[in-house]
Design a protein around this ligand. Structure first.
Ligand code: ZN
Length: 523
């Protein structure tokens, strides 16, 4: 991407056309539909048109639920299979088991850096997002891991950054905060336990939080400790399969810090990354071998993802807030995070609109070094596809920084190069991987890129359990393209809005829930 270009949303391929086939529906209900303001008028004709268009979109998006279970592509695969339009029968396990694995910062494309025979075995015999998995904005570790397991955007699940302040209480959140008040929504382990089933977490942001029916039980819930060797983590997960069949947790997580760790240090193109990727592949190999020894490899559903990508950063691509002084002074204590997500909460009495106007005036003046690579917004004016407004926790002023640039307060003589993530999720370098392997995934199938908020629904579909109440309502909204609405919105309030009137009418004429077995809408 040309670093000199102004910040603008990069259109995703699937957004550019209406969904003529089920695959494009992967994005159709997560991104803006390009609805013009005139369409919002409630004239009869436009209402009918909207209804029809939405119904078509719903029909297409409904097919998403079956996308992962449909027939394979032409890709040569081994071993040959006869029919894969339906789930393959379990041979040893008595129920479906999903193992969700995260390799932190596994940028899409890393799988080609070196020989990764084990990852490629999963790809060849499973289903892959051919051009990668799209993270949510901001493309940071905690917001994304929690979106994967809740199916919610950060504004709705509450983890809007790796660290932030709750403006109502003044309390600070950081990555060690385990109080349930921070963690909204219903993560998969809680949904699973709500259904009387067992879940086991070997590290995942939010998994140590005791919330609802999830008690983070001893033996099934590991408290984060980055010094535990990866091999031990894999071996512990394998031991769950030595339990009597009825006691095997049906949902498990497994987390590796690499290659994110190396990516920050040396950027995405260093040989150190290559070695980290090879190591992750060896862990996948260790896992496959252990599952094969137990005779359950073909029965277990493995979903291998990352949380975000990585891009190289260097000292020439810096923007300093102090350089804006001729237009506006931005004191340090207004700034909640600098890079790659600039988040500013001005004190009471200072107008956020004024801050935005003056900052943008300075940045676009041509007199601020690299100024054109930062654009500042009131959060409600951010591109709506980012879904980054509907939470008090999100500060009112947000800056979108061009890929690979960084914002700092003050000039320094520090010289360093490394890697970063957190940028606009439309930036390709922020993409990560999605690979699904198991009885309900078609073999050798490629699907278009989709956002990681779909994974919650995918896992509950595989486990054949109903989604949580909160996620359920939110997903129904999303299906209807009203994803600005959040789980904390009172139904009786939203019912007054035009969109919900449309939605309720849809329920009668084009019920989205018939496309999504686990999306039940009730008022
Ligand atoms: Zn991460």
């Amino acid at each position: 991407m040309d670093s000199s270009s102004p910040i603008k949303p990069i259109p995703l391929p699937a957004q550019e056309e209406d969904p003529p086939n089920p695959s494009t529906a992967l994005l159709s209900f997560n991104t803006d539909s390009g609805t013009s303001p005139s369409q919002k008028h409630f004239t009869t004709i436009i209402f009918i048109a909207l209804l029809l268009v939405t119904c078509i979109a719903l029909a297409a998006s409904g097919a998403f639920a079956f996308l992962f279970f449909s027939s394979p592509s032409q890709t040569p695969i081994t071993p040959p299979i006869s029919e894969s339009s339906r789930a393959r029968d379990l041979t040893k396990l008595t129920q479906s088991v999903v193992l969700l694995i995260s390799s932190d910062g596994f940028r899409f494309g890393y799988q080609f850096k070196t020989s990764t025979p084990n990852i490629h075995r999963l790809i060849a015999n499973g289903t892959e997002a051919e051009m990668g998995l799209i993270p949510v904005f901001p493309t940071l570790t905690f917001p994304n891991h929690y979106s994967i397991v809740t199916g919610l955007y950060p504004a709705y699940h509450g983890i809007i950054n790796n660290y932030f302040v709750d403006p109502r209480t003044g309390d600070f959140f950081n990555m060690g905060s385990h109080e349930p008040k921070w963690w909204l929504g219903e993560p998969l382990w809680e949904t699973v336990v709500n259904h009387g089933l067992k879940a086991a977490t070997y590290f995942w942001p939010g998994s140590e939080v005791r919330k609802g029916s999830w008690t983070c039980p001893d033996g099934l819930c590991k408290f984060y400790n980055g010094s535990v060797p990866f091999e031990d983590r894999v071996d512990t997960v394998l031991q769950y399969f030595d339990l009597p069949s009825s006691e095997i947790p049906v949902f498990m997580t497994l987390y590796f810090e690499d290659p994110d760790h190396q990516g920050h240090k040396v950027g995405p193109d260093d040989p150190e990354i290559t070695e980290a990727v090879a190591r992750i592949d060896r862990m996948i190999g260790r896992l496959i071998e252990g599952l094969e020894k137990r005779g359950v490899f073909e029965d277990v559903t493995i979903i291998l993802v990352g949380d975000h990508g990585m891009v190289g950063t260097c000292d020439k691509k810096l923007i300093f807030l102090d350089d804006l002084a001729p237009w506006i002074e931005i004191p340090k204590d207004w700034v909640q995070s600098y890079s790659p997500l600039l988040a500013i909460r001005p004190p009471p009495g200072v107008s956020p609109s004024d801050v935005v106007a003056k900052m943008n005036e300075g940045l676009s003046s041509g007199k601020v070094e690299n100024g054109k690579n930062l654009k500042v917004y009131l959060k409600e004016n951010l591109p709506s596809r980012l879904h980054y407004a509907a939470s008090d926790r999100i500060p009112p002023v947000i800056g979108l920084i061009e890929e690979a640039f960084k914002v700092e307060q003050t000039r320094s003589k520090r010289k360093e190069c490394g890697g970063a993530h957190g940028y606009d999720n439309a930036v390709f370098s922020m993409r990560t991987i999605f690979i699904g392997h198991g009885p309900q995934f078609a073999r050798g199938k490629k699907v278009p890129s989709f956002e990681n908020v779909q994974i919650y629904n995918l896992v509950t579909s595989i486990l054949n359990i109903q989604v949580g109440q909160i996620s359920q309502v939110t997903m129904c909204f999303r299906v209807a393209k009203f994803s600005q609405l959040g789980p904390d919105i009172n139904m009786s309030d939203v019912i007054q809005t035009q969109q919900i009137v449309v939605f309720l009418r849809l329920k009668v004429s084009c019920n989205p829930c018939r496309f999504f077995a686990h999306c039940r809408f009730s008022t």
